[in-house]
Design a binder for this molecule. Structure first.
Ligand SMILES: Cc1cc2nc3c(=O)[nH]c(=O)nc-3n(C[C@H](O)[C@H](O)[C@H](O)COP(=O)(O)O)c2cc1C
Ligand code: SF4
Ligand code: SF4
Length: 358
């Protein structure tokens, strides 16, 4: 009997729901299926026993989550084993119409990673579920979320049908989209997700329950004096902000503006300094100077990121110990936003509630 192993990462439960749907359909077709959920410290199991694999992940800034890519890099050599890839992206309602999500280069990036390891990637596709980026956008009302979920489930069933029939079909985006989404994804992976993690703050409704820290897939939250503190290894999956039972987690708009402004100023002044002083201090041939300046500018970008994420963030956090400053940090539009829990987690909660009743 063919056996399939599904490897997946999920932030808020959409991908978990897609995986559950796929697994049910594969079982209905009389085949065996096992799943593994990726989080910090989870390594690929022994892959030899499985004939085919499915890799499923949420699209974060036109890429697979960094943790998922790191997990896939730990795969052994593929020796021609078949793999299908599903990207779960985020759709929104705009002016009464559903706008499906966009995966950009995410599927192709994962496909190439697996091909380089010798896997036969035969299928890649996307499914649109509700957008969960509550840190910056309101996830909308339940009615529109339900409509999007129904579409997402249809996308997933379509994917499973192709998987079961062995159909070869690979997702491709245009070279233009591929290039710019690759650049954005690269910056997000290196810097953006870390920076976004530093803008989270727990406001006065936090009761110190520690759920956010326990549920974070990358252990990026530590509890200090009964309040969560975000480290700089965040994946930006948005689970914490969406799952906090008190809706206490916000995006600190003031921290965002202060950190972003100082970061940009450091880059501008750093580049100005390189342009003004490099040729005065290092007298070399013009062609070599271009090379030196390029290296120095890259160093400025890295240094500015490090200063923003380490000493500046630590200093701003220290200031946040002053109650008035903390109150200022907690001002945010996200207080008015609703929160999003994917169908998988909503169902699990309903099941748990039912059991508690019994
Ligand atoms: C930081 C962040 C970036 C995102 N970027 C994209 C994107 O580039 N394209 C897209 O369609 N959806 C994007 N989304 C939406 C998620 O991919 C979508 O909501 C997904 O269904 C979440 O799946 P999960 O519940 O399994 O985490 C993003 C969400 C977050 C939190
Ligand atoms: S889950 Fe919410 S209430 Fe609980 S510790 Fe985290 S921020 Fe506070
Ligand atoms: S800190 Fe929040 S957004 Fe970041 S990885 Fe953990 S749960 Fe996800």
């Amino acid at each position: 009997m063919p056996t399939t192993l599904i490897h997946f990462f999920t932030g808020t439960g959409n991908t978990a729901h897609a995986v559950k749907t796929i697994a049910e359909d594969i079982r209905k077709a009389g085949q065996e299926v096992t799943t593994v959920q990726v989080s910090l410290g989870v390594n690929p199991p022994e892959l030899g026993a499985f004939e085919r694999h499915i890799v499923a992940f949420p699209v974060l800034s036109w890429a697979a989550p960094v943790m998922m890519r790191q997990y896939l890099k730990r795969f052994p050599k593929g020796e021609g084993k078949q793999v299908a890839i599903l990207a779960v992206n985020g759709a929104v309602f705009y002016k009464g119409k559903m706008v499906p999500g966009a995966s950009g280069q995410a599927l192709e990036e994962v496909e190439h990673l697996l091909r380089r390891k010798g896997y036969d990637v035969f299928l890649s596709g996307e499914a649109s579920f509700p957008d969960n980026w509550t840190q910056m956008t309101d996830p909308g009302d339940e009615k529109s979320q339900k409509i999007i979920i129904t579409h997402g489930e249809a996308d997933v069933r379509n994917f499973t049908e192709k998987f079961l029939s062995g159909k070869r079909e690979l997702f491709r985006c245009s070279p233009f989209n591929h290039t710019w989404t690759y650049l954005v994804a690269f910056l997000f992976g290196k810097m953006g997700r870390r920076a976004l993690g530093t803008f989270y703050i727990a406001d006065s409704s936090c009761n110190g329950c520690g759920l956010c820290a326990r549920q974070c897939p990358s252990h990026s939250i530590v509890m200090e004096h009964n309040r969560p503190r975000w480290k700089t290894n965040c994946q930006d999956c948005n689970r914490c902000i969406n799952f906090c039972p008190e809706k206490a987690i916000q995006t600190s708009m003031s921290l965002l503006v202060i950190q972003f402004t100082l970061h940009i100023l450091m880059i501008i002044y750093g580049i100005k300094a390189v342009s003004a002083y490099a040729s005065l201090l290092i007298p070399v041939a013009p062609w070599l100077m271009i090379l030196i300046k390029t290296v120095l500018i890259i160093a400025v970008l890295y240094l500015a990121s490090w200063i923003t994420l380490v000493p500046l963030y630590a200093f701003l956090r220290l200031l946040g110990k002053i109650p008035a400053v903390r109150k200022f940090y907690c001002l945010s539009v996200t207080k008015k936003f609703s929160r999003y829990k994917g169908p998988e987690y909503v169902m699990r909660k309903q099941e748990a509630d039912e059991q508690n009743k019994i």
